[in-house]
Design a protein. Sequence first.
Length: 95
Amino acid sequence: MFKEDKFITGFICGLLAPLVGFYIYFLALFRELGIDGFYNQLASTNRLAAVISLSLLANLALFFIFDKYSRLRSQQGVIAATFLYGFYVVYLKVF
């Protein structure tokens, strides 16, 4: 499935997986709003950080997939991307 064990592969996958998780959350619960209205509603009600945190569960699945195939460098990339999202969530909660 994943033939190359590179940090950048895990990092890019780690950045994209939460976006897919965010989109799935949108489709499951708020399809009628449209993506712009959904984002604006989350931002105005201060729930954006919580939804981003929830969408990071996609990185957990990705981490274990890389673990199954013994892709250590890719796992490190996923962790780095998760920390990047984590810093953004802290920023949203503090400011």
